[in-house]
Design a protein around this ligand. Structure first.
Ligand code: BGC
Length: 432
């Protein structure tokens, strides 16, 4: 059915080489509360304090192989790098940041509400924090910018994680109650809500490799948390739709674009299929009756052998050593649309590039990928670049710079990078 829709649309659209996008196409940027706000108190900020020294001491051993090591080693070996602290003070400087969005021709912005601010103690709502986010959403809308709200981007109040967080199925009720509260307060102001950010990445690092809090290496527990997150999404979806049936609700999924390094080897082909199933389909299948769109995060393509060992070409790589194949976003968009038939929103896409030498190329190649997907009939809602600002990159800390806008953390001065200007010109072109 979807395939025939695709085929029809391809016929209608072929020859349209100068792609123009629907007027309401969302062009914008993405952030997450903990990575930019500053002043957060949650399970991550606690973990940072007790792990900063260790991360600084082991930096060379973990990161010394990266081609750009010399350029960031001083930062990576300093414990302060691993503390989110006052962030980039987005909590206070959001008006300035929204003016930058406008200046860059953007009409959409993805941001997070920080659960630990809204409900600092179990069952107690912080009215000041609620009012803050109300003004914040109002400031976006006053500028004609569509808010895309994320409810959970890996950070949680410590009272929730002290009770076992998503490891315990009965705790889902706490998450649903928080979602219900957000729905009551903000649903009339919103159109797009992302319930969960990348459940697969969270369970991978927090319960698989054990690199992130709560640092477990426990496949059975990882599986349980994965399952509970699917239940949590479904319950959140129902709560949101009950409050406002017009809301468009989905998750932001980091979908794997794994490919076999040896496409002629059947074992290699099958093992990559399995990887894509575990990373992509497992979760999406469990929530497929509870989503209006699929948010897709794309950063890299991985060429794997049959044991899932990564065998990527050496170049081009980002500052984090991630192999970059930006145009391939179209493959993921097409396969995901064919599999689920839901509209897609690119909720994250970008690269760590402190020198800003590769970002413009990345954006142009990505937009070429969006054109191809559009030509193939994929229902695409928008493209949100990660990230608007340089931000706190989880266990890597501050040194990787993902921002379209550079932030000097001493002065908090924002400087628009040349690649952002190039992106603004593309948006202008595509909107006319
Ligand atoms: C996450 C972001 C992160 C980005 C770059 C995504 O997986 O959602 O929080 O900053 O990747 O690593």
């Amino acid at each position: 059915m979807v395939t025939s829709v695709l085929a029809r649309t391809v016929c209608m659209r072929h020859n349209n080489s100068m792609q123009s996008y629907p007027h309401d196409f969302l062009w914008g940027a993405s952030t997450a509360s903990h990575q930019v706000e500053g002043g957060n108190h949650n399970q991550w900020s606690e973990w940072e304090k007790s792990n900063a020294d260790r991360l600084a001491k082991t930096a060379e051993q973990r990161l010394g192989w990266l081609p750009s090591w010399q350029t960031f080693k001083d930062k990576a070996q300093n414990p302060a790098n691993y503390i989110s602290g006052n962030g980039v003070d987005h909590y206070n400087r959001y008006e300035e940041d929204f003016d930058i969005l406008k200046q860059l021709n953007m009409n959409a912005f993805r941001f997070g509400i920080e659960w630990s601010r809204i409900e600092p103690s179990e069952g107690e709502w912080d009215q000041k924090a609620i009012e803050h986010y109300r003004t914040y959403i109002g400031a976006l809308k006053a500028r004609g910018i569509e808010p895309v709200l994320t409810l959970w981007h890996w950070t949680m109040p410590t009272w929730f994680t002290d009770r076992g967080g998503f490891e315990t199925k009965t705790n889902i009720r706490y998450f649903t109650r928080y979602v219900q509260k957000i729905a009551e307060e903000f649903a009339p102001e919103l159109r797009y809500v992302v319930t969960l950010n990348e459940p697969n990445v969270y369970i991978g690092f927090s319960y698989g490799t054990g690199e992130w809090p709560p640092q477990q290496k426990n496949p059975a527990l990882a599986y349980r948390v994965y399952q509970n997150l699917a239940y949590a999404h479904n319950a959140a979806y129902d709560a949101l739709k009950k409050e406002n049936p017009h809301l468009q609700v989905g998750i932001a999924a980091q979908l794997s674009n794994a490919k076999p390094v040896d496409p002629k080897n059947i074992l290699n082909v099958l093992s990559v299929k399995l990887r894509r199933y575990a990373m992509n389909s497992w979760f999406l299948n469990r929530i497929k009756r509870h989503q209006d769109f699929i948010g897709l995060n794309y950063y890299f393509t991985e060429y794997c052998d049959w044991r899932w060992q990564i065998k990527n070409p050496k170049l081009p790589v980002s500052d984090l050593g991630w192999y970059m194949e930006p145009y391939s976003i179209h493959e993921l968009l097409q396969t995901t649309y064919e599999a689920y038939g839901k509209p897609l929103l690119v909720t994250e896409n970008g690269l760590a590039d402190a020198s800003d030498k590769q970002r413009e190329w990345w954006i142009k190649e990505t937009v070429r990928g969006l054109d191809t997907a559009q030509d193939a009939g994929v229902a695409l809602l928008g493209y949100l670049h990660w990230s608007l600002l340089d931000n706190f990159e989880w266990a890597y800390g501050w040194w990787p710079e993902f921002g379209l806008v550079h932030v000097d953390r001493k002065t908090m001065k924002r400087t628009i990078r040349p690649s952002a200007e190039a992106f603004a010109r593309i948006i202008e072109q595509k909107q006319t």
